[in-house]
Design a protein around this ligand. Structure first.
Ligand code: ADP
Ligand code: MG
Length: 225
């Protein structure tokens, strides 16, 4: 299992000639087998941090490491490979491809990177779908699903390559209390398996179910628990 570390991360955006500092010498280390919640007001930089930790954004100061690998030293191709194999992203908006079935949507991340055995993948989709409670939805299309069901499909898609690190940006944002609870329960189950989970949430009930809670303020993290 993989330890994710960010050291002295800084990031600014310039807009209308004005520089806005979003991250300011921010450091954190996420331990495998733990769940961490990231809270803080809208616009403070939570998604910005997640994108950097998730190796989607290279335009920052500081270093991001996975175990001993300093990702700053990797070229784009190596970085994409690492991201695809080790990091599962659950994005804020459940973006599914409408013309593909749920099954094909879940399999999307397997198209890139190393070729994988079709039968093994088919089995894995089935296994994940059962774990997440969407096994009866695999041949449906996104428009036939409720918001909560879509969110779980997005989660399955994030997990299909069996990543060690799961970064979730408001994964329960569009869910009712019951569906939110089941998504959090699943994240907890993954952490119990040794994975590293970081969840951005504005929902205190969701945050409370994480081992560690950090609040983002003035470009830094304040440990609340
Ligand atoms: P949060 O996820 O906490 O709501 P974000 O990380 O999305 O906040 O954004 C933090 C700040 O950075 C916001 O003020 C936002 O306007 C700014 N920002 C984010 N992305 C960009 C961008 N691509 N260009 C300019 N400013 C941006
Ligand atoms: Mg955000």
């Amino acid at each position: 299992m993989v330890k994710l570390t960010g050291v002295k991360l800084s990031k600014s955006f310039s807009q209308h000639g004005q520089e806005q500092r979003v991250l300011w010498d921010l450091s954190l280390a996420l331990t495998p087998g733990t769940m961490t919640a990231l809270i803080g007001p809208s616009g403070i930089g939570k998604s910005t941090l997640l994108n950097i930790l998730g190796l989607l954004d290279r335009d920052y100061q500081g270093t991001v490491s996975l175990d001993q690998t300093v990702t700053n030293d990797l070229n784009d191709r190596e970085l994409a490979h690492l991201r695809n194999s080790q990091i599962g992203f659950v994005l804020q908006e459940a973006l599914l491809i409408e013309r593909l079935t749920v099954r094909k949507n879940i399999l999307l991340p397997t198209i890139y990177g190393d070729k994988q055995d079709k039968a093994v993948l088919a089995h894995r989709v089935q296994q994940l779908a059962t774990q997440i409670g969407i096994e009866t939805l695999l041949d449906k299309y996104p428009r036939q699903l409720s918001g909560g069901q879509k969110q779980r499909v997005v989660l399955a898609r994030a997990l299909i390559n069996d990543p060690d690190i799961i970064l979730a940006d408001e994964p329960t944002g569009s869910l009712d209390e019951q569906n939110a609870a089941s998504v959090v329960a699943l994240l907890a189950q993954l952490a119990a398996q040794g994975k590293t989970v970081l969840t951005v949430t504005h929902d205190h009930l969701v945050a409370e179910q994480h081992q560690y809670i950090f609040r983002m303020a003035s470009g830094q993290l304040v440990k609340e628990r």
